[in-house]
Design a binder for this molecule. Sequence first.
Ligand code: SF4
Length: 373
Amino acid sequence: MRGRAASLPDLRACVAGVQGIIYGLPQTWFCGAAPQHFLLCANMETGNERIRALCLLSGGLDGQLAICVLKEQGIEVQAVTFESPFFSGAKAKAAADQLGVTHHLIGFTGDIVQILKGPKHGFGANLNPCIDCHIQMLRRAGALMTELGFHFLATGEVLNQRPMSQNPQALALVARESGCEEVLVRPLSATRLPETEPERRGWVDRGKLLGLEGRMRKPQLELAEKYRLKDFPSPAGGCLLTEPNFCIRLKDLMTHEGLNGTRNIELLRIGRHLRLSPTIKLIVGRNERDNAALEGAAELYDLLLKTEGVPGPTGLLPLTACEAEIELAAAICARYSDSSPEKAVTVRVRSTRGTKRLEVRPCQAEQADSYRI
Ligand code: SF4
């Protein structure tokens, strides 16, 4: 890492170097962390210290393979995963368990929300700001690396596997802008990329790293078999910011309510969303699970709508909705209930102000559809 403070491994490397001089051991490396000291550092492989790497892991196959490739060299590997309402760490946790490596799960919501407000390097095909997201994840991983005394970082990235974020320029940019250029190894494509500092120092044997490139998955599947990896999700998916339908809702939220707080983001995953006006959005459950989730999510400043006498959805509406909007929301809930379109339906409207009941006719299907986000 250019210009960074000496990390724990660097300092230990210095100590090992001094000890090496005293005991007459062969010295091979200058201390990269503090060259001004002119200390000869011990090659870590001769310093009796096990090399430790921190690998970013989303739970997919590539990250798991990167860990296997490093472990095969006798390197101690731990995994770090970043979590937000857009991507969960559950699969990564299961993968880390399968691999038998310690797993660090780090909250990333504040980081990704900030990035979404104006990504320096733009969005991918949807609202996925992958380059900025990678940069920030590596920055946070770099900080954790220093804090916990790892020697270097690793990722499961494969050169040219993803057109936007894994082409040579993007890989170089991400490494440079994250400040991790000198401590970042990409074991799956390493031999096709410039040699890194951990390789030069002999912490990683470049000869045992791989040279994968492109979108073909065959080599990875063969490696999965070699390392006996069984549970791994498909390479696509996992991040809601790459899903077109989710991104339509997210864009609507960004335009109207903004990205303040996580609750509105969490709600994007539940039910049908209908924009009744620039300030009023109705969420209607699609099934029992959605209905329960909406009831659980309701807060002081919400209205909860529920059909009575006929099975129907739960609706969630802001308390600021006017009478006409509440009636419209009730008619939409009635439309999604089991009632026949001609029959009047009673809809209970509950809030901190109390409970009232409205008699409404279900609205036309086309009318409900016209509000759908
Ligand atoms: S796919 Fe999602 S989690 Fe992955 S880098 Fe892109 S924005 Fe970040």
